[in-house]
Ligand binder design. Structure first.
Ligand code: ATP
Length: 318
């Protein structure tokens, strides 16, 4: 399977979901999700708590049978072709799921026995880097230490596809930094793909080249980090008179509208933007969008209210 990138070039796809629906009882966790993850990318799944990130990743791992839709991972079906697909996949779960009674050595031996492509010297290199003692039992390690062991177990067989579910959740900044660095190194070999879920905007910005935003079980936006600024822009405007109803956004195409200290911010797609034509608003600035402002705009609580100019000309701000 291939996908076309922003330059119109065909790129092979490492994993895809097409119109996937999944429910826990009556609770819909994935609602018509379609995603195509290009081979060689670091693909971020960004969403608030409960958005559906783990459920989506579990589908790629063949842990859930979708109610409807189609899933392909490395050219196979993760349920039907489970063994052959999963041999080429590395996974680090959100939870601290390795058995606490095991030693670091036990964990690594266990994974070495499962994966024929296990690279012993790479595992040793990571152990040295993370300064882990092979004899230490997991229960004696810090949360960061256990996450580092989990990461070695996930990447030392040099998987074609690495799936990480909030890998640095709850870790200190040093452990987070090391884990992100290891992820970047793991994909430095051409053709390796990483799918990475997070609600931490700084780490997504640092490692991901493509991002999908998931909200309430739906993929609501996808973009390439390199072209984020070409796709969205923040407009800062100021009402020209106190008789303007500032709660009504003057841009018809705004994704989000919020006011701070007498100025108002609108997030807009850059394609097809028109200048502000109404005289009752002054454009103070147009800014490059930050990932934080865009995420806030996409999943934030603010409801954009737009209305024809005559409805807000005569209304006084309360
Ligand atoms: P978090 O960042 O908190 O881990 P998430 O984005 O990974 O959240 P999911 O864990 O995929 O979200 O959950 C998506 C939705 O499905 C949530 O509403 C959650 O409450 C629900 N859910 C998840 N697992 C179960 C389960 N085993 N039984 C019932 N509902 C579940």
């Amino acid at each position: 399977m291939t996908q076309t990138n922003s330059n119109g070039q065909a790129r092979p796809v490492a994993a895809s979901l097409d119109h996937v629906i999944y429910q826990f009882g009556s609770q819909r966790a994935l609602d018509d999700v379609s995603l195509h993850i290009p081979t060689g990318s670091v693909f971020g799944i960004l969403g608030l708590n409960g958005a559906g990130k783990t459920t989506l990743l579990h589908h790629l791992l063949g842990l859930h049978q979708p109610r409807s839709g189609r899933i392909e991972v490395l050219g196979g079906n993760p349920i039907v072709n489970r063994e052959s697909v999963m041999r080429q996949v590395g996974y680090l779960s959100e939870e601290d799921s390795l058995p606490a009674w095991m030693s670091v050595q036990d964990v690594l031996r266990f994974h070495q026995a499962i994966y024929p492509t296990w690279d012993r010297s790479y595992a040793d290199e990571l152990l040295d880097w993370f300064e882990l003692d092979l004899r230490a039992r997991l229960k004696t390690l810090s949360k960061g230490g256990r996450a580092r062991v989990g990461l070695i177990a996930a990447i030392a067989h040099r998987p074609e596809l690495l799936i990480l579910d909030e890998p640095s959740s709850g870790l200190d900044p040093i452990a987070r930094g090391e884990i992100l660095e290891a992820i970047i190194r793991a994909v430095s070999i051409a053709g390796r793909t990483v799918i990475f879920s997070s609600h931490l905007l700084d780490e997504v910005q640092r490692v991901c080249d493509r991002v999908a935003v998931i909200h309430q079980g739906r993929v609501i936006e996808q973009f390439e980090m390199a072209t984020l600024h070409e796709s969205f822009q923040e407009w800062i405007v100021r009402p020209q008179s106190k008789h303007i109803n500032s709660s009504v956004c003057p841009f018809d195409d705004a994704l989000d509208w919020r006011g701070i200290d007498g100025e108002w911010s609108a997030v807009r797609r850059r394609a097809g933007q028109d200048d502000l034509s109404q005289n009752d608003w002054q454009v103070v600035d147009t800014r490059s969008i930050t990932l934080e402002r865009l995420f806030e705009a996409l999943v934030g609580r603010s409801k954009v209210s737009t209305a024809p100019s005559e409805t807000h000309l005569d209304t006084v701000v309360s």
